[in-house]
Write a protein that binds this ligand. Structure first.
Ligand SMILES: C[S@@+](CC[C@H](N)C(=O)[O-])C[C@H]1O[C@@H](n2cnc3c(N)ncnc32)[C@H](O)[C@@H]1O
Length: 283
């Protein structure tokens, strides 16, 4: 090895263009030229482990793998799955203080005890478990009277596996209030805690690609959380996705997005409520 070499396989502009187009076409993630070194860094070990000398060889392998497994592995490496409990906390405060009350009133009028929530782009589960804790705390002893379903989906298999296990490093769950940590988590060992079965039971984790033209849902959701996901999409992809979300939210239902994201033109379908929170309009 060259004394000054990093030991990393280099990626050419053409190779980067091929891989970024594949990712864009399959999962909508928009890898601009600035992401070239990120792609090189995140894929290097995978490419080497597969004994390829170049990214072009690796690319050919992925597109010719008819099982689709290599593409799944590629997306797992490229997607950014960072998340944490009570992220953008004012969303959860608003959920507790306003939205749940409103939904309860509405469902009572409809003679329904159902609340359906979709957490789209749930990463390792922190967001879905936070919602579950808020709902449990809100209903308290009345919880068994309500049929609350949280669907949590992501494209990344690795991250969904972590979400389903619900095991987290103690040092990284600082956002959870102590009383909730005691109530909804159990100690696994000196470094890890695990989410209680009572929260797990409320959530169904599933792999789902948000780029699908249609989603296989029977009913509509009272709320969709899609936070810090569309930040990786370009405007066209985001506009189309928000239009699809519209079809799957109840009238007067809510769409939560990340605080660094905005809806722009599509607010025709959604009314702005507060930063990163929109309500579905009747049209
Ligand atoms: C940064 S995380 C956001 C996690 C959580 N919503 C939050 O705000 O903390 C973004 C997630 O979006 C997922 N994602 C990206 N593209 C996707 C797609 N096309 N379909 C489904 N999930 C996708 C990634 O795998 C990743 O886990």
């Amino acid at each position: 090895m060259d004394l000054f070499s990093t030991g990393l396989i280099e990626i050419t502009d053409d190779e980067f263009a091929l891989i970024s187009k594949l990712i864009y076409d399959k999962v909508g993630i928009n890898l601009t030229d600035k992401k070239k070194s990120l792609v090189k860094g995140r894929l290097n070990k995978l490419v080497k482990d597969l004994n390829f000398k170049t990214f072009k060889e690796y690319y050919n392998f992925v597109v010719n793998d008819l099982t689709g497994q290599s593409l799944i592995n590629l997306v797992d490496k490229i997607s950014t799955n960072h998340s944490y409990f009570f992220r953008e906390k004012d969303h959860f405060d608003y959920l507790k203080d306003y939205i749940l009350k409103e939904i309860v009133e509405k469902q009572k009028l409809l003679n329904s005890n159902q609340i359906k929530i979709w957490c789209a782009g749930c990463a390792s589960g922190e967001e879905a478990y936070t919602i579950a804790m808020i709902i449990n705390e809100f209903f308290g002893l009345d919880m068994p009277k309500w049929d609350v379903k949280i669907l949590a989906t992501d494209i990344s298999i690795t991250t969904l596996k972590a979400a389903t296990e619900g095991i987290y490093i103690k040092d990284k769950v600082v956002g959870i209030p102590e009383n909730l940590k005691t109530k909804y988590f159990k100690n696994i060992d000196s470094e890890h805690i695990q989410v209680s079965d009572s929260l797990k039971k409320m959530i169904l984790f599933k792999r789902l690609n948000l780029m699908n033209e249609d989603f296989p849902f029977k009913g509509k959701f009272n709320m969709i959380f899609c936070r810090n996901v569309m930040i990786y999409f370009d405007k066209e992809t985001k506009d189309k996705l928000v239009t699809r979300f519209y079809r799957y939210i109840e009238n007067d239902g809510y769409l939560f997005i990340g605080h660094s994201e905005s809806l722009g033109r599509e607010t025709l379908f959604f009314k702005y409520i507060k930063p990163a929170l929109y309500k579905r309009m009747y049209i």
